[in-house]
Structure formats: structure tokens, C-alpha cells
Design a protein around this ligand. Structure first.
Ligand code: HEC
Length: 451
């Protein structure tokens, strides 16, 4: 068998596993490929992968930011000694795409995302082959040069955009170590004197508060009246980036009203504060279109029950009355949600899979931000179909108790059924222009274009 055949086989196995997971709502089984084991590979060459040369650079780039002392990961993955004893667990988790924590299917829908944490297939194969070969160290002289790490207390998006232009802090709140879910809704002035357009937003719980701040949403108010959504945060999310040319408005003389859900979890925290870092476009920035972030319900979004040992599927269908560009999509659910997908049903009957998460974990919420030139264009008459699958059986590894009835609600033990989408509202001309630009690019990318 050639290497290509083997790769194809691995890919088919992976697609099969994902499809099974999506259909039966089971956890993706970990396929084992014979060629990845130690010793001679099928074509007779020797598998030669070492920690120092091949694995350390992958961990440095993708894992160590969270897996070092003082960061949120449960163990350090900085040195060979640290990593060696976790080799098999690391291999299992990267192959199942549980780590790095970015649950987004690699084999369906749009794959070009901003702030994408996923490993490539090649990187996953390297780590698995290394673990199966007995986790050899290799020559320490091959180790990559050390890097300086950002302070874990700093904003993650600061690396890309510099420090935020504006930070809005929730008033301090005392979180007890035990108790039921709590909500905290302080109103805090922004201090903005003029209307501004937002470039990016990151909501950041405190370093200790991160374990108990389950979600933290923020809305604008002007003179007590609702004035649009600022942002949404749930456990594990990094932030939101508004595409160039779109404006998510931060109004003059506004306040921010927080909606913070604390979940007492064994640590007592005095005076906890959540910060929203906001990067602004300069004053006078001209944006052609408004962008809004909105919560879109699935059917029964506010009323269903999942029986003990039962499963459920819900759907939500949404349309807009102007053409839009879908900039980002973020599923939301708790411990019984196992998968969500988003599709477009075009007016002419064609259906397109946009994105799917079939490996959901409520520990990690990501706003999946589409690269500008692939963000879906949705015309009036097209429908967006959101589908969510719930599993209240013991097959769901995150299920805290399959004997419970589960209802809809805000508490962590309840369920939810919605997705967040950021859309840029276009007019007919700009929509047609974008479509034409993309079609032209497709033609210019054809390999035979010079003939
Ligand atoms: C954004 C932070 C973050 C990144 C990046 C990250 N991890 Fe983790 N990792 C965590 C956290 C938090 C946990 C514990 C909670 C969980 O499992 O989600 C964890 C758990 C793990 C575990 C399970 C530990 C156990 O005791 O069972 C392994 C193994 C692991 N990570 C390996 C990796 C590897 C390998 C990478 C890079 C390829 C990586 N992680 C990237 C934050 C991160």
C-alpha cells in the first residue's frame, strides 16, 4: 500500500467515525492505524519521531500557553519529563480532537476560520506515532528555542490588536464556595462621548473567577433603553472579531449592563470582577454596514424536557429581510448537548452544510469566525437551519446524571437550545458585488486559467 492509500484509509475511517458520532450521538471512537505503531512501517522505512525535534514544537505552539504552571491546564507540558508520562493520554486526546479544546468538525463545512486552534492531520499523526513508538526523547539539541509567554492575566486578543482601547469592569461580587447558581447584573458606564465602531471584543473573567463564571453577557443601554448587544461570553471563549468594513456599534453616553452567571464550584472568591476589553476603530471610521450579534433560538428554545435515558433533536429556522453575510457562529448548550450543526437551505432548494460540532463540550465555547472571503452570503428567501442533538443517556460522557429529567433553563444542570450568530446586514448592491467578486476569484484560481 502506498502512503497515499494509507492516508486515504485513515481519512475514510475518520469521516466514518464522525458520521457515526453525529447519527448515534456517541463519542467518536479512537481509530488505531497500524502504520503509526513503532518499528518498520508498511513500506519498510523506519518510523523516526522524537520529542525534541518533532513533538516539542507542536506542544510549544498549541498547548503550553495553557499547560504551564499558573495557567488553566491541569498539568504542565513544558519539558520532556513533564510530557513523557502523559504521552498516551495526549495521543488519545489529540486524536479524538479533544485537545487543543476547539470542537469543530474537520471534515464537513467551512474550514477557514479565524483564531482556529485545531491541529493539522499531520501534527496529530506525528504525536500519535511518537506515543506509539514509546515516546522517545531524541537529541535535546533539537529542541525549539524557548518563547516568552503572554501573562495569563492579560487579554488573549492583545497579541493581535495590542491592549484594548476601553475596559469595562463589572462591579465586584462575592462568590461563595458552595451554593446554587447565582446571577449578577450590574450597570456600568462606558464613558464613551461619541458613537464608535467596535473592532474586537474579549470578555475576561478574573484568573480565579474563570472556574465559576459560567457565562457573562453584556448589552448596551442608553438612558435606560436597550441599545444593542455588546458581547456574549461563556466558559472557554476567547473573543469576537468584527470584519473590516462592518460596524458593531458602541453608542455614545452608553452604559453596559452585565448578565453574569456564577456557578459556585469549591472556591470562595471575594469581590470578583469580569472585564470586557473593547478594541475600537478610530473616530470617524466609515463602515458601510452594521453588524449585529444575536441569540437565535432553536424550536422549543424555551420549553422542552428530555426524559431520563432519552435523547432529543431540536431545530431552528431563521431568515433575514435583507441579504446578510454570516460572520460567526457559536453553538450554546450545557452537559446534555452533544452536537449542533448549521446549514443553509437556498431558495432554489440546494442545501449547504456550513459548520458542525459533533464533539460538543460545555467547557469550551468558541465563536467560530469565518475568514472574510468564505463567510456565507445569505439572500432574502434563503433559510438558515440550526440543528441540535441532546443525549441524556450514559453514552454521553459529560452527563452528570442520566436518571434526571432535564428541562430548559439557565442553571448549569438545565439545558439550553440556541446559537449566537454575528451577521453583517448588506444591501442588494453590496451583496451582488461580493458575490461577483467571489465568483471572479474562483475563476482566477483555476489551474488552467493561463491557457
Ligand atoms: C486553552 C487552553 C488549553 C489548550 C490550548 C490546551 N489545553 Fe489541554 N487542557 C486544558 C484544560 C483546562 C484541561 C482540563 C479540562 C478539560 O479537559 O477540558 C485540559 C486537559 C488536558 C488533558 C487531560 C488531562 C487529564 O488529566 O486527563 C490533556 C492530556 C491535555 N489537556 C493535553 C493538551 C495538549 C496535548 C494540547 C495541545 C495540543 C492542549 N492540551 C492544549 C486547557 C488547554
Amino acid at each position: 500500500m502506498t502512503v497515499l492509500d494509507l492516508r486515504l484509509e485513515a481519512r475514510v475511517a475518520a469521516i466514518g467515525a464522525t458520521a457515526i458520532a453525529a447519527l448515534s450521538l456517541l463519542v467518536v471512537p479512537t481509530p488505531v492505524h497500524a502504520w503509526q505503531s513503532a518499528g518498520p512501517s508498511p513500506d519498510g522505512t523506519h518510523v523516526d519521531v522524537t520529542f525534541s525535534r518533532d513533538v516539542a514544537p507542536i506542544l510549544q505552539e498549541n498547548c503550553q500557553v495553557c499547560h504551564q504552571s499558573g495557567a488553566i491546564g491541569p498539568m504542565s507540558l513544558m519539558t520532556y519529563e513533564d510530557v513523557r508520562r502523559y504521552a498516551r493520554r495526549i495521543a488519545r486526546m489529540v486524536e479524538a480532537r479533544d485537545m487543543p479544546p476547539y470542537q469543530y468538525d474537520a471534515d464537513v463545512g467551512i474550514q477557514d476560520l479565524k483564531e482556529d486552534w485545531r491541529l493539522s492531520d499531520e501534527q496529530i499523526r506525528t504525536i500519535v506515532a511518537w506515543a506509539e513508538a514509546g515516546a522517545p526523547e531524541g537529541d535535546p539539541a533539537d529542541l525549539p528555542a524557548p518563547v516568552t509567554w503572554p501573562d495569563p492575566a492579560e487579554f488573549g486578543l492583545a497579541e493581535r490588536f495590542g491592549p484594548p482601547d476601553l475596559i469595562v469592569r463589572s462591579d465586584p461580587y462575592d462568590v461563595p464556595s458552595v451554593g446554587q447558581d447565582r446571577w449578577w447584573r450590574p450597570l456600568v458606564p462606558t464613558g464613551l462621548a461619541t458613537d464608535r465602531c467596535i473592532k474586537a471584543i474579549e470578555t475576561k473573567p478574573s484568573v480565579v473567577g474563570r472556574a465559576v463564571a459560567h457565562h457573562a453577557n453584556s448589552d448596551f443601554r442608553v438612558a435606560g433603553e436597550r441599545a444593542g448587544r455588546l458581547s456574549e461570553y461563556a466558559l472557554g471563549k476567547v473573543g469576537e472579531i468584527v470584519p473590516e468594513g462592518s460596524c458593531r456599534k458602541a453608542p455614545a453616553n452608553s452604559d453596559v449592563v452585565f448578565d453574569i452567571h456564577y456557578w459556585p464550584n469549591g472556591v470562595e472568591i471575594e469581590g470578583d470582577q469580569v472585564e470586557v476589553g473593547i478594541w475600537l476603530h478610530p473616530e470617524g471610521y466609515e463602515a458601510e454596514h452594521d453588524q449585529t450579534l444575536t441569540l437565535y433560538f432553536l424550536q422549543g428554545g424555551r420549553g422542552y424536557d428530555i426524559p431520563p435515558h432519552g435523547t432529543l433533536m431540536t431545530q431552528g429556522i431563521h431568515t433575514w429581510d435583507t441579504p446578510v453575510k454570516l460572520d460567526s457562529w457559536q453553538p450554546h448548550g450545557h452537559t446534555r448537548l452533544v452536537a449542533m450543526s448549521i446549514e443553509i437551505l437556498r431558495e432554489d432548494g440546494r442545501k449547504e452544510m456550513v459548520s458542525m460540532v459533533s464533539n460538543w463540550s460545555a467547557l469550551w465555547h468558541h465563536s467560530h469566525i469565518y475568514e472574510d472571503d468564505v463567510a456565507p452570503l445569505i439572500d432574502v428567501g434563503d433559510k438558515v437551519i440550526l440543528t441540535a442533538w441532546y443525549d441524556n443517556t450514559e453514552n454521553n460522557r459529560y452527563n452528570p446524571d442520566p436518571d434526571q429529567w432535564v428541562g430548559i433553563g439557565d442553571r448549569t444542570a438545565d439545558e439550553m437550545s440556541h446559537a449566537w450568530m454575528a451577521v453583517t446586514h448588506l444591501d442588494r448592491d453590496s451583496f451582488e458585488k461580493l458575490k461577483a467578486e467571489r465568483a471572479a476569484r474562483l475563476v482566477s484560481q483555476r489551474p488552467d486559467r493561463d491557457r
